[in-house]
Design a protein around this ligand. Structure first.
Ligand code: FES
Length: 364
C-alpha cells in the first residue's frame, strides 16, 4: 500500500491561535480547527450550497457554516446527531517539528441525505389557463382594528374589474396578513449564499412569503402592487417584501437564470402628500430589474399635494372618486392588453436574455 502523502499547511502554532480557519491544501481549501489541544481538518466546502466552513465558527465539536448554519463535526465531517450521513470529507492531521501536516486526500467521503425539493423549486413553465391577475397590498395596519386603505381600495377595484370585465382569475395578498421575516442579508455574505428558494423560505416553514413568491414567479401573468406613500417612499412592508425578492434577481446574477418571463407589473400609489414619482420610480425600477414588463403608463396615483394635504378628507376623497376608480380599471386594462400581447407572441422561456452590463459573479 502506498505511503500516505502529507502536505505541510503551515506552522502549528499559527493554527493554535484561532479555533477555526481556512488553509490551503494544494489547490483546495480545508477548514482547520483547534479545540481542547486537538486539531481537526475537514473540507472547506459546505454540503448545502458551498459555504466556506473555515470562515464559520465552532459550536462545541461542530463547525457552523457561516452562510446558513449547517453543522459538521470538526474532525469527522459528519452532520449533527440524526444527520450524520450528511457529511463533508474529513482529513488526517498531525503535528511534526512544529508544522501542521494534513493528508493530501480526504480519509472519509462526502455524503448527502436525500432532500425533498421545496415546492418553489418546480419548473417555471406557465401552467395552462386564462389570464391571471395577482394583487399585493403593502399597506400596514392593526389587523384587529382594520382601517380603510386608499391604495388597497383601488387595488380591489382593479381586481374586481379584471375578474368581471376582463374574464381574468384574480387573487389578492395583503402583506399585513402574512407572517414573514425580514431579509437577513444572505446576499451580503456572498452572492451564492442568497439562494432560490429564499434561504429563509427553505429553512423556516412558518415563514409565509412563499405565497408572494408563488404568485410573482409562477401564478400571475399580471402583478399589481399597491402602496401608500410614507415619508416620500413606499411602505415599510413593501420594502420588507422586495428585500426578500432579491433571491429572484440573484438567480440572474449567479446562475444566468431569468425567473420572471412574459409577466407584467403595474402599480397603485396613494398618499396624503406628494412623492409619487419617487415611489413609482423605485417600484418600476425594482420590478423591471427582476424581469417584469411594464405596460404603457404603468401606475396610477393619488395625493392631495403638499399644501392641500388634508387627512380628514383624504379617505372620503378617494372613496368618492369615480376618476380614481376608472383609473384603476384602466390600469388593469392596459396591463391585460400588454400581457395578452406578450403571451400571444410567445416570448418563450427558451429566449436568451442577456443580463446587460452585469457580469455573472462566476465569471469574475
Ligand atoms: Fe453552508 Fe448553506 S449552510 S452553504
Amino acid at each position: 500500500m502506498a505511503a500516505e502523502e502529507w502536505i505541510d499547511v503551515g506552522a502549528a502554532e499559527d493554527f493554535r491561535r484561532q479555533p477555526l480557519r481556512e488553509a490551503s491544501l494544494g489547490e483546495r481549501k480545508v477548514a482547520v480547527s483547534f479545540k481542547d489541544g486537538k486539531f481537526g481538518v475537514i473540507s472547506n466546502v459546505c454540503n448545502h450550497v458551498g459555504g466556506p466552513l473555515g470562515k464559520g465558527r465552532l459550536d462545541g465539536e461542530f463547525v457552523v457554516c457561516p452562510w446558513h448554519q449547517y453543522k459538521f463535526h470538526r474532525c469527522t465531517g459528519e452532520g449533527e446527531p440524526g444527520y450524520e450521513a450528511d457529511k463533508v470529507p474529513g482529513y488526517g492531521v498531525k503535528e511534526e517539528n512544529g508544522r501542521l501536516l494534513v493528508t493530501a486526500k480526504p480519509v472519509s467521503k462526502r455524503g448527502h441525505l436525500p432532500h425533498e425539493a421545496h415546492p418553489l423549486e418546480r419548473s417555471l413553465d406557465r401552467a395552462p389557463g386564462g389570464l391571471r391577475v395577482g394583487g399585493i397590498s403593502t399597506t400596514a395596519m392593526d389587523p384587529k382594528n382594520p382601517r380603510f386603505s386608499t391604495s388597497e381600495h383601488l387595488l380591489t377595484v382593479a381586481l374586481d374589474h379584471a375578474k368581471a370585465a376582463l374574464g381574468a382569475e384574480t387573487k389578492l395578498i395583503r402583506l399585513n396578513d402574512l407572517n414573514f421575516r425580514h431579509c437577513e442579508g444572505y446576499y451580503s455574505k456572498a452572492a451564492k449564499a442568497c439562494t432560490w428558494p429564499c434561504s429563509i423560505t427553505s429553512m423556516d416553514q412558518t415563514d409565509q412569503l412563499d405565497r408572494v413568491y408563488d404568485m410573482a414567479v409562477f401564478w400571475a401573468d399580471i402583478l399589481i402592487v399597491s402602496t401608500p406613500i410614507r415619508w416620500g417612499a413606499a411602505s415599510s412592508l413593501y420594502y420588507k417584501m422586495v428585500e426578500r425578492m432579491n433571491c429572484i434577481q440573484n438567480q440572474i446574477t449567479i446562475n444566468d437564470k431569468v425567473m420572471i418571463r412574459n409577466k407584467v407589473a403595474a402599480f397603485i400609489i396613494t398618499g396624503g402628500q406628494d412623492g409619487i414619482q419617487a415611489v413609482a420610480g423605485q417600484m418600476m425600477g425594482f420590478f423591471s430589474e427582476i424581469g417584469f414588463l411594464l405596460p404603457q403608463f404603468p401606475f396610477i396615483a393619488h395625493s392631495l399635494g403638499w399644501e392641500a394635504e388634508d387627512m380628514e378628507r383624504n379617505v372620503d376623497f378617494v372613496e368618492a372618486s369615480d376618476h380614481l376608480r376608472a383609473g384603476a380599471r384602466e390600469l388593469v386594462g392596459r396591463a391585460a392588453e400588454t400581457a395578452r400581447c406578450v403571451l400571444e407572441q410567445h416570448m418563450t422561456t427558451s429566449r436568451k436574455i442577456e443580463p446587460g452590463g452585469r457580469k455573472a459573479s462566476a465569471d469574475r
